[in-house]
Design a protein. Structure first.
Length: 371
């Protein structure tokens, strides 16, 4: 098919490409110093890739422009349909690039998992690069077609030229040395073995080099593994790795507890350890003895050592009672005096009093509670 180029339209497309280059450069400059002083290297990289590919597109456009001029001189009276298709294609893709570039702000406060970019910014720039790849392939194909038509190269001649190209010669050399090293079909008789299985003949072809080199690589890895784990003892065996991971997990857990120790409430409270129960006893002796007795036997308040509870006997119930209180029954709220950890420790001590035998226990009150 004959392709002709309208010079004026291609100049417009080139000017549009130049304006987009300026737009992308502005994006990169802004991205280099976003708010807060942190450089977003992912955004800079994507913008640079987009700009470089845009320059490639501009260069291909210039090549097509030059070829188009020569084709116009050669086939001046032919159809203008091809030129219109090329121009519309350039305008469409360049317009898409401009819209995607405008949709990628230099910095954003949106929380994202795309290296500091929002999902919209990341996928917009990715779409720009993808579109540019399509445009480059399209323009390369059109330039090749125009060059072939201009030079009058037929498909067979083009195939012969391709066969004799340096690239194909280089690939055949690589393939014969490192990939397959197969014997050509014309020489299969030289490696034919005297084996015949129902008409199936066996050839003495060598193993593919890639397979042999892969096998040699596994041998080297095996020797290194043996020396590392079983001779020199540098690496950790599975048991040691497990112990190291458990230690690491313990450190992470302790760090988490340190960060969240004050995030205790009546919904997630758990029993404190021995040290926490001991601290809870100190709080109890300072605050609760007047109503519940020295050993939890009860007095003004109920007995804390039996299995009967007025407001529930779970850790959650005890913590809620200490935190919010029951003013109508004489139990005040302690959340203004003690922090969540201290109330947890006090709740744990009260919970630990169950089953103890203090002197002069008060009669049971409330409902029987079983864990």
């Amino acid at each position: 098919m004959l392709l002709t180029i309208n010079d004026k339209n291609l100049r417009k497309a080139a000017a549009l490409s130049a304006s987009l280059i300026v737009s992308f450069a502005t994006q990169a400059q802004t991205a280099a110093a976003p708010q807060g002083g942190t450089v977003n290297w992912l955004l800079i990289l994507l913008v640079i890739v987009a700009v470089v590919m845009l320059l490639v597109i501009w260069g291909l456009g210039q090549v097509i422009l030059m070829l188009g001029k020569q084709l116009n001189e050669k086939r001046r009276n032919e159809s203008k349909l091809g030129a219109m298709m090329v121009f519309l294609g350039l305008m469409f893709f360049n317009g898409a690039q401009g819209q995607a570039a405008d949709a990628a702000p230099a910095s954003s406060d949106v929380i994202s998992n795309y290296g500091g970019l929002s999902a919209l910014e990341f996928w917009a720039l990715t779409a720009v690069i993808f579109i540019e790849v399509i445009v480059i392939l399209f323009l390369s194909f059109m330039a090749r077609r125009m060059y072939r038509e201009l030079r009058g190269i037929e498909d067979k001649e083009l195939g012969a030229a391709l066969e004799s190209s340096r690239l194909m010669s280089w690939w055949r050399s690589i393939d014969s040395k490192w990939m397959t090293r197969a014997v050509p079909v014309e020489r299969e008789a030289d490696i034919l073995l005297d084996h015949n299985y129902d008409g199936i003949k066996e050839l003495d072809n060598a193993l593919p080099p890639w397979w042999k080199y892969g096998f040699y690589f596994t041998l080297v890895v095996g020797v290194l593994y043996l020396m590392n784990y079983h001779v020199l003892g540098i690496g950790m065996n599975p048991e040691q790795e497990y112990a190291a991971q458990m230690q690491e997990g313990k450190q992470v857990e302790e760090a988490y507890k340190a960060r969240t120790k004050n995030l205790v409430d009546e919904n997630n409270v758990t029993m404190a350890d021995a040290a926490g129960i001991s601290d809870g006893k100190k709080i109890y002796l300072q605050t609760c003895v007047a109503c519940h007795g020295q050993g939890g036997e009860g007095g003004i308040g109920p007995n804390l050592t039996d299995e009967y509870w007025i407001h529930g006997g779970t850790m959650n119930d005890i913590y809620k009672t200490i935190k919010l209180g029951w003013p109508e029954k004489g139990m005040q709220s302690w959340q203004s005096m003690y922090n969540p950890v201290q109330m947890k420790e006090l709740s744990s001590f009260v919970k630990s009093l169950k089953g103890t035998k203090p002197a002069n226990p008060k009669a049971p009150q409330g409902d029987l509670f079983k864990e």
